[in-house]
Design a protein around this ligand. Structure first.
Ligand code: GLA
Length: 409
């Protein structure tokens, strides 16, 4: 080899070696961690439930720990450090299965088959009308009386993958599910189609990623999300009114008095719904704006800013910061909307694992989703899934120590 070629050869070799070292260290930094499962309890109808613990970081130096039970795919705890390195559980929940079975206001769960409301529990698909449970009078909410949040899911994977610990849950929702006592004399009962659903939780560094995949054997509607209630100061630490929130949305979907979208997509500008620049949640939560009065505070869907209506890339939807602990949550999603629900219906009658009563506003949900009542709103992005298609959606909850203010868009 000529000296000049030798120089080129070694330079290329060094560049390739450096690239390999950098990419391996990124995977190593993201990967590692552990996953373990143990018996959690037995349901009222005698099904065994297990709890899986996902931790990241090196043994003894965990930076984040997430616990998930096979009942409802519920996240029972998310422990993460504050600015002083002190860990706290930032997720509202219970310390026992019976409370999850009998009292859960959707803490931490997978919500489906249709997250959020369907007006009057009815929708028409391909000329057939389907009737669902009216479990939130006069509407159907979060899949009906026994939604995905109340099913025992099968564990199909529990392993440490290249990015960290992975838990994959599976549930087969049979045609007709979501119907118990609604009356719909001339229509079909329950959701059509057998829906085969996989939900995968991956803890990659301080990112908890949720991937949802579903297929059907007949046309149906699907809208899946997670309904974790966050309090970045720690569950039971008080209300979330001082949390600062950014939502990257120029528009939202105002609702009628039963919380069904009117179909309009007005701008947030000049209203309490304008979170484009981060602001404390207290700013606007007691406004006399008609929509705040209807929602008893914030309980609305925001239309996320996307380059085009059919864009499904992963975008930053929300950033939530708590000023004392300096914990920050960034929510990334492939979904078109996000429901910000400020825990308006918590009333001090439920007790969390630390023994504190949860009062109004003691936690908030950021539910990435398609807009409420889409099956009845032809102008909203479609939630119809047909045989041969695959429903795929992902959301990332990234927990950080906030170096300054809440993230701006
Ligand atoms: C959703 C809804 C709220 C409420 C909660 C559960 O977030 O938008 O209106 O029903 O679920 O309490």
């Amino acid at each position: 080899m000529k000296p000049k070629n030798r120089v080129v050869f070694f330079t290329v070799l060094v560049i390739v070696a450096l690239t390999l070292v950098v990419s391996v260290s990124v995977i190593a930094a993201k990967g590692g961690g552990e996953i373990s499962g143990e018996y959690y309890g037995t349901t009222i109808d005698s099904q065994d439930v297990f709890e899986y613990t996902l931790t990241n970081g090196e043994k003894g130096k965990k930076a984040m720990e997430v616990k998930i039970i096979t009942y409802g795919g519920i996240i029972t705890s998310i422990e993460v450090a504050d600015q002083k390195g002190e860990m706290a559980n930032v997720s509202l929940g219970f310390d026992n299965l019976l409370d999850y079975e009998t009292k859960n206001p959707y803490f931490g769960c997978i919500t489906g088959r249709y997250a959020n409301r369907i007006a009057l529990g009815r929708f028409t698909l391909d000329d057939t009308t389907y009737c669902l449970d009216i479990n939130n009078d006069p509407n159907s909410l979060h899949g009906g009386f026994v939604g995905f949040d109340k099913k025992v899911w099968e564990v199909t994977k529990a392993e440490v993958g290249p990015y960290g610990p992975v838990l994959e849950l599976h549930y087969l929702s049979e045609a007709g599910e979501g119907y118990e006592d609604a009356t719909c004399a001339d229509g079909e009962a329950g959701y059509p189609g057998n829906l085969d659903v996989y939900v995968t939780y991956t803890l990659a560094g301080n990112e908890l990623r949720m991937d949802y995949v579903a297929t059907t054997d007949a046309p149906t509607v699907v809208n899946l999300t997670n309904h974790n209630y966050w309090n970045l100061a720690g569950e039971g630490a008080g209300d979330i009114n001082d949390h600062v929130l950014m939502l990257d949305a120029d528009r939202y979907t105002p609702v009628d008095p039963t919380l069904i979208p009117t179909g309009d997509l007005p701008p947030v500008a000049g209203t309490p719904f304008d979170f484009r620049t981060p602001k404390p949640i207290s700013n606007g939560i007691r406004s006399d704006h008609e929509q705040i009065v209807i929602g008893r505070g914030f309980d609305h869907n925001w239309v996320l800013n996307r380059p085009s209506p059919d864009d499904e890339t992963m975008i930053l939807a929300a950033s939530l910061c708590e000023p004392q602990s300096r914990r920050r949550l960034d929510v990334w999603t492939t979904e078109p909307g996000i429901q910000f629900y400020a825990g308006n219906f918590l009333d001090g009658t439920l007790y969390g694992p630390s023994g504190h009563a949860y009062r109004q506003g003691d936690g908030l949900a950021l539910e990435t989703q398609h807009y409420p009542d889409s099956p009845n709103q032809p102008d909203f992005p479609s939630t119809v899934l047909r045989p041969g298609e695959t429903y795929e959606t992902s959301t990332i909850y990234e927990l950080l120590i906030n170096p300054g203010n809440c993230r701006t868009r």
